[in-house]
Design a protein around this ligand. Structure first.
Ligand code: MLC
Ligand code: AMP
Length: 504
């Protein structure tokens, strides 16, 4: 038996001397270098007592070494658990307590405040900082490069990615080797990836888009990538001279459009621009086509399902749609209450089934059961309709969720924190249109009796507990929240009232 996911990568791997990773300055690591370093780190994981199935939690900056930890985990049969660098100590402590990792890798700057939470879970701790500083790279230097990949079945876990929930409590989505392998296999074919491709990688590597859609597809194709620490429109535009594909969230494209140098000539060497994680506005699609001659290819996915649909590579890429179900993915639109199928054209709940769909939520069997139908379809929480060509249009969300610059923010989580503040009587958190992030978080707060509410103090109080991208861009104080006859807060009324608050 082989290691299912890594075996796929090995099957398609080019020669050792081919470059896998470039930085903005030039070639940085070959495929051989990747095998050697991920082999050393995999040996270090074993030396640290990590056994197949053990979780390895990682919160570090985006570096080549950090990417190698992911591959080392896959090779060692461990379960990789990446954490957004924006998560506060409070948030990270929850994830560690819930996932009970065997090993935690942290940026040295986080050790002082997080070490006690790590040791409370019984995990060991390694560090990885800038330029490979820290105990991870020191320890891996003492290990050999040869590593016999641990055998893993398609159904074995490869990763757990936490996603917030409508109840405010984050859930760990369990992704198997085959979930990741099947999605990457399909995307390589569907998007025509080859060994000649050079992906401009400017996404973070702690979520599905940057970690799996981008990295696994490159590895599965034997291609290469220019690995940038973060998105900077100017730098990404310069990299288009050397790249062939860009994957991004819609904010990447609205920011690129603000660059006067974004022209047909500047993008002439590029063959594909992919957008996902949040809705791409039809006007952004049109403006990009006008400036560059490229039709952005929009696709739709989720942490729990990897990629579900994509506009075609060869056929028409229709703005405002997320395209057709990918090969192997079954997709239907049903009545959200009854689960009964709906005729094409009608709006309902989007449900999917296929090898891409996750195994369930970590240690939450009841939550898992409630999000699957009996016939195995996963209830996405997204509302959509299929048109006469079979293209899917996402028209809204059945879940109370804000997507800001491609990051998901669940209002319940922010409301729970707000309601604990002495000067807050009750709160409602909504998403409103934002010129840069698509949507952004706004809090509507009813102050406690006699309190003198202060917007900046409210945001500051939340900042200790919540990642910065989740913080409300504005806090609006009101006398009361609008409610329906059942007493439920009418968020649609608030969204209308504050619709243009941030649309500057
Ligand atoms: C940064 N900020 C955000 C934000 N990103 N606020 C709201 N939403 C965001 N997405 C905050 C910063 O903390 C800072 O606040 C202020 O906004 C300005 O930051 P910035 O320097 O302008 O932001 P930047 O670092 O450039 O980041 C913007 C971004 C980034 C769009 C490049 O958010 C990003 O990389 N997003 C990609 C997210 C992603 O990978 N999603 C995929 C999920 S997987 P302050 O207060 O600190 O000054 C998934 C499945 C699928 O969804 O289908 O793909
Ligand atoms: P996440 O849980 O972070 O993986 O986010 C998944 C959610 O992002 C989906 O359920 C959708 O609501 C949204 N999403 C992803 N891609 C698109 C897209 N192309 N258009 C609209 N929404 C999208």
């Amino acid at each position: 038996m082989s290691n299912h996911l890594f075996g796929h990568f090995l099957d398609r791997m080019p020669s050792r001397d081919r470059v896998l990773l470039h930085t903005a300055d030039g070639p940085a690591m070959t495929y051989g270098g990747m095998l050697d370093l991920s082999g050393r780190i995999a040996n270090l994981l074993l030396a640290q007592g990590v056994e197949p199935g053990d979780r390895v939690a990682v919160q570090t900056e985006k570096t080549i070494e950090a990417l190698m930890i992911y591959l080392a985990c896959v090779r060692a049969g461990a379960v990789y658990l990446p954490l957004n660098t924006a998560y506060t100590d409070h948030e990270v402590s929850y994830f560690l307590g819930d996932a009970e990792p065997k090993l935690v890798v942290l940026d040295p700057v986080r050790v002082e405040t997080l070490a006690s939470a790590v040791y409370e879970t019984g995990a060991s701790l390694l560090t990885l900082g800038e330029e490979g500083k820290g105990s991870l790279m020191l320890g891996s230097k003492e290990q050999v490069t040869q590593f016999e990949d641990v055998a893993r079945e398609p159904d074995d876990l490869a990763a757990i990615l936490y996603t917030s929930g409508t109840t405010g409590r984050s859930k760990g989505a369990m992704l198997t080797h085959e979930n990741l392998a099947s999605s990457a296999r399909v995307l390589v074919d569907y998007w025509h990836f080859s060994q000649d491709d050079v992906l401009i990688h400017a996404l973070p590597i702690f979520h599905t888009h940057g970690l799996f859609v981008a990295t696994n597809t490159v590895l599965m194709a034997g291609a290469s990538m220019i690995f940038l620490p973060c998105f900077d429109a100017d730098e990404v535009l310069r990299m288009m001279e050397r790249g062939t594909v860009l994957m991004g969230v819609p904010t990447f494209y609205t920011r690129l459009l603000q660059q006067p140098d974004l022209t047909r000539q500047a993008t002439a060497g590029m063959r594909l621009f992919v957008s996902g994680s949040a809705p791409l506005r039809a006007e952004t699609h049109a403006a990009f086509a006008e400036r560059t001659g490229h039709a952005i290819l929009e696709r739709y996915g989720m942490t729990e399902t990897n990629m579900n649909t994509s506009n075609p590579y060869d056929g028409p890429r229709i703005a405002g749609t997320v395209g057709l179900p990918l090969p192997g993915v079954e997709l239907r639109v049903v009545d959200a209450e009854t689960g009964a199928g709906l005729p094409d054209g009608q709006i309902g709940m989007i449900e999917v089934r296929g090898p891409n769909v996750f195994k369930g939520y970590w240690r939450m069997p009841e939550k898992t059961a409630s999000e699957f139908r009996e016939d195995g379809f996963f209830i996405t929480g997204d509302l959509g309709r299929l048109d006469e060509r079979g293209y899917l249009h996402i028209v809204g969300r059945g879940k109370d969720l804000v997507i800001s610059g491609g990051y998901n923010v669940y209002p319940k989580e922010i409301e729970t924190e707000l309601d604990q503040l002495a000067w807050v009587s009750e709160s409602a958190v909504i998403g409103v249109r934002h010129p840069d992030f698509g949507e952004a978080v706004v809090a509507v707060v009813v102050p406690s009796a006699g309190a003198t509410p202060d917007e900046a103090a409210t945001i500051d109080a939340l900042a200790e507990r919540l990642a910065r991208y989740k913080l409300p861009k504005r806090v609006c104080f009101v006398d009361e929240l609008p409610r329906n006859s059942m007493g439920k807060v009418q968020k649609n009324v608030l969204r209308e009232r504050f619709a243009s608050l941030l649309d500057g």
